[in-house]
Design a protein around this ligand. Structure first.
Ligand code: ADP
Length: 335
């Protein structure tokens, strides 16, 4: 599964950390969200209070965690990192919230995966900086109110549609992160290459950008594989276009940046299901992947590049997908 394939070892995590921009001005792209955050942080600074709660929505690897770190850094507040799957009971959340220091920024990744009971506790905490702790059971149960230090919640989700409205409404705003353009990815890669000390000619740089699926995390990862390739093949501090091509071929990244799972989904859709429409769960089973991964990781990019359509009756393959796979459409549509 992709989760396992994406699991980074410690060195990779350390490198990912080193490549993170630490201020809004270093953060490439997303002009809309950057402007929104800038205003929110400035207003909080003027009034010397904690910034409003922020929800960041968008596919993995587009910079949600990085932005949470920037919010903490720019407002000179400490940052606490947690995630929805780590909050399985209201008690987990109560422990977390009551240990925050005044003004702390709390980042909850994958907030849509938090337990329901914790969600309800979070409403009150976000609104009034207060929680009610239940003590005892049955008729003798009572709730004890607990005051919290003010904090700024930054929630991240790949599925904002899964958040209940009362939770969504309690965020000061929702920033929707978009896939990056090639020119923006070039800037991300140029910056990372400088940090890693690798020289890249312009053609090599744009080739990596073109194959990064609109995603900075993927751009950085491909850059590291290209650097490995150049290193092993003799040049420790520069990589050429042919290094890029050879490295990416080795890692099954195709000419437009689709990886094995992307191609498996397209292949199943086109060859096995005759181009659709086919339901999400059927498609996911066919490629041996979780429906959630297919829906939130694979599909958004395929939709964005016009290869896949989501219709009320299911997923369909678009003409561009047939052309990319080199398959003739059943209706004989021209390729
Ligand atoms: P998410 O939380 O959305 O999955 P991250 O914030 O962890 O994504 O970003 C993944 C990687 O991509 C990080 O190493 C980060 O440095 C890099 N990155 C993301 N967005 C940008 C950006 N706008 N500019 C530069 N690097 C970025």
């Amino acid at each position: 599964p992709r989760d396992a394939a994406e699991a980074l070892d410690e060195t990779e995590l350390a490198i990912e950390g080193a490549l993170r921009p630490s201020s809004l001005s270093e953060f490439v792209g997303q002009p809309k969200v950057r402007g929104q955050l800038q205003l929110l942080l400035q207003a909080a600074r003027i009034q010397e209070r904690s910034a409003d709660h922020i929800l960041l929505a968008g596919p993995p690897g587009l910079g949600k965690t990085t932005l949470a770190m920037i919010v903490a850094h720019e407002s000179e507040r400490p940052l606490r990192l947690s995630s929805g799957p780590a909050i399985q009971h209201a008690g987990d959340l109560a422990a977390l919230l009551s240990s925050l220091t005044p003004g702390e920024v709390l980042f909850i990744d994958e907030i849509h995966r938090m337990a329901r009971s914790a969600e309800e506790m979070l409403y009150l905490a976000m609104e009034d900086f207060r929680i009610d702790i239940m003590v005892g059971k049955g008729a003798g149960a009572t709730s004890i109110p607990l005051e919290l230090a003010p904090f700024t919640l930054v929630g991240a989700t790949t599925r904002s549609g899964l958040l209940p409205n009362p939770l969504r409404d309690r965020f000061g705003f929702t920033g929707h992160l978009e896939y990056y353009g090639e020119d923006e990815l070039e800037q991300v890669i140029a910056r990372s290459a400088a940090v890693l000390g690798v020289r890249l000619p312009a053609d090599a740089l744009s080739e990596i950008a073109r194959r990064s699926r609109g995603t900075p995390r993927i751009a950085n990862r491909l850059l590291r594989r290209v650097r490995d390739y150049a290193l092993v093949h003799g040049d420790a501090d520069s990589a050429s276009l042919s290094d890029v091509q050879a490295a990416l071929e080795l890692y099954d990244v195709d000419a437009i940046g689709l990886d094995r799972l992307d191609r498996a989904v397209l292949d199943a859709l086109v060859r096995r299901f005759g181009g659709g429409p086919v339901g999400l769960s059927t498609l996911a089973v066919a490629v041996g992947e979780e429906a959630e991964t297919v829906e939130s990781v694979v599909e958004p990019y395929l939709v964005r590049i016009g290869f896949l359509g989501r219709t009320p009756r299911g997923r369909i393959a678009m003409p561009e997908a047939y052309a990319h796979l080199g398959v003739t459409r059943p209706d004989g549509g021209a390729l």
